[in-house]
Ligand binder design. Sequence first.
Ligand code: MLT
Length: 379
Amino acid sequence: MTEAEHVSFQPETDRNWEAFYKQDVSAKIPSFSRDGRIYDCIYAQQFNRPLLDELFTITDKLRDITKTVEGEDYVSSLLRNKRTMLWFTQPSTRTFLSFLNACQILGMNTSDIRDAKTSSEAKLETFYDTVRTFSSYADVLVMRHPEAGAAEKAAWTLKAGDRPIPVLNGGSGPDQHPTQALLDVYTLDRYLQRNMKRNGDQASAERGSGIDGKKIALVGDLKRGRTVRSLAYLMKNYWDVELTLIAPEQFKMESDIRGFLDKHGIPYHETDNFEEGIRDADAIYMTRVQDEHDATKGESAKVDYSGFGLKPKHMRMIKKSCIIMHPLPRRTEIDSEIDQDPRAVYWKQERNGMWVRAALMSYVFKKEGDILGYNPVKK
Ligand code: MLT
């Protein structure tokens, strides 16, 4: 049995799903909202600027509150009566652990399945029955799946049943990874803002987001890298951003994303010349080859990726204020010597994931008011 066959439906439900799935994302987005708020987090296109700003304010406040034991106790009481199901049937370290720790910060209990071979999926249980079972025990489903559209299918199918719960997409095939894009934008914003302040541009730093007016280079397997795809979608929320898309010909950004950038008037420049592309960037976002999505075995290995790695010599060519990001895991895209350079923020980016996901989870359960309104008792 292949992983794709796990997702099979009963034929009748399947027909309705196909019709729904084929629609344009903008037409589907309202189905993933409730009471004017995001209910299921499936697509990066669901986020607008006010919501991003709000989530990042919640993120900062959570970090601040939990510095004291009293604050930590308060935050961990907020969702004590809620349970999370973590269904991760594709390898994950950071997304899984950051969601798990985000749940713990908020006092939630968790259950998990990390290998389809250990669940009733191996007994050919239908996709509907599997996700319906999760909803018997949990109040929210966080999932990662090898197939594009699987998180959306879970949200859609649960909505038709008697016990719907929110679904948060932790990565679906080569398609999207919206919560990664949230932590990426938070990291871009905060560290680019820090640089503006350091350069004495206090006024601009306080006025807008650190991302407004910046040049961002996305490097690597842009065709199948779901993190860069989701990140590109979020760029519509910022002013005067320019993207440089640096990839070998075989891994060029797909036309759906290029069409989206055109539609939203986001200028971009495509190149396979790494050194030319990174030279005047304010942020460089590196990615690895996504060879798990090869259509034929060994296909990625034939692509010459050697010119798409960041080496110490490049750190002397780029801007002094440029930040270096990577969703991780890395292979050879960033020389480990660069970890010591203050411009390397990928380890901070990794930790930011836990806080941003805790903020998202608290928003899904409408707890943002409790967090933003928290004032420690003065002793
Ligand atoms: C992902 O799950 O997409 C990762 O965070 C990035 C990668 O695997 O390269």
